[in-house]
Design a protein around this ligand. Structure first.
Ligand SMILES: NC(=O)c1ccc[n+]([C@@H]2O[C@H](COP(=O)([O-])OP(=O)(O)OC[C@H]3O[C@@H](n4cnc5c(N)ncnc54)[C@H](OP(=O)(O)O)[C@@H]3O)[C@@H](O)[C@H]2O)c1
Length: 248
């Protein structure tokens, strides 16, 4: 599936910048060429590059700003994803959609792919959940729910009372690239790519030993207590591929 061009949205972003280096034959048009809120621009890009696969990693991702800029967040994450789905489905292009752990309520953690999502805890999360449902209308798709941080912990503080299975982007992106290489071997339409459950503070300390502990009650937006994902589907697929590669 990866001999043909792969079109990537969000190629200038945190995840997209890593994927550009990791995915073979990737083409990542800038927003100036392929604004996802512009359906015609997406169609033109698909007709120009004729990809087999489209990885949709563009989104309005600023959780705090999403509360203030709801129209823009909705237009980008919901309308933008609908535009992507329509254009990809009309051309038989396989769609890999990057989604988030935030589609879950975040009270009990270790959510599995088939658990019922919501109620979500902020506006960004609402738009990402609706976007997932738009993707489910595509013919050929995989939704990857994940969560990651930039290579360096970006803050002086981190929450001790928020639990997550997220990891640093240089750990998560190679796993997404691995999934993309083995797409035809994935028997699911939704996959969690995540690492083990831990507090956000403990994740931050791995790369920023001086980070200071804080409580989520001090955050400017509502945060879930435990948004961790169960990634056992992914773990078992990875083990199988690693065994096969070891034999080959
Ligand atoms: N970061 C996280 O913790 C996290 C967690 C779970 C899931 N995700 C999901 O992972 C994906 C990537 O997130 P990220 O953190 O790497 O994003 P990011 O760094 O915020 O980058 C966002 C990307 O989307 C592009 N974009 C935004 N609006 C666009 C538009 N109208 N048309 C075309 N491109 C547009 C941006 O392009 P410009 O450079 O032109 O602005 C940029 O390339 C998103 O789907 C996000 O929801 C992120």
């Amino acid at each position: 599936m990866t001999g043909e061009p792969v079109l990537l949205t969000g190629g200038s972003g945190t995840l997209g910048s890593e994927l550009r280096r990791l995915v073979p034959n990737v083409i990542a048009p800038l927003r100036s060429e392929m604004d996802i809120t512009d359906g015609a621009a997406i169609e033109q890009a698909l007709d120009r590059y004729r990809p087999d696969l489209l990885i949709h990693a563009a989104a309005f991702t600023d959780v705090a700003a999403a509360e203030r800029e709801r129209d823009l967040c909705w237009r980008t994450n919901v309308h933008g994803t609908r535009n992507i789905v329509r254009a990809a489905a009309a051309r038989g292009v396989f769609l890999v959609h990057i989604s988030t752990d935030y589609v879950f309520e975040g009270s009990r953690g270790m959510y599995r792919e088939d658990d019922t999502p919501g109620p979500v805890c902020n506006y960004y999360a609402l738009t990402k959940l609706v976007a997932e449902e738009a993707v489910r209308g595509a013919l050929r798709f995989l939704i990857i729910r994940t969560s990651f941080r930039p290579r360096q912990w970006p803050y002086a503080v981190a929450f001790t009372d928020v639990y997550t299975s997220q990891d640093y982007v240089d750990i998560v992106a190679p796993e997404i690239a691995l999934a993309v290489r083995h797409l035809s071997d994935i028997p699911y339409d939704t996959l969690h790519i995540a690492s083990e459950r831990k507090s956000v503070f403990s994740l931050a300390r791995r790369r920023s030993p001086d980070v200071e502990p804080r409580s989520k009650s001090e955050a400017p937006v509502a945060l879930p207590a435990d948004i961790s994902l169960d990634a056992s589907r992914w773990e078992s697929l990875k083990r199988r591929w690693q065994r096969e590669e070891g034999r080959g």
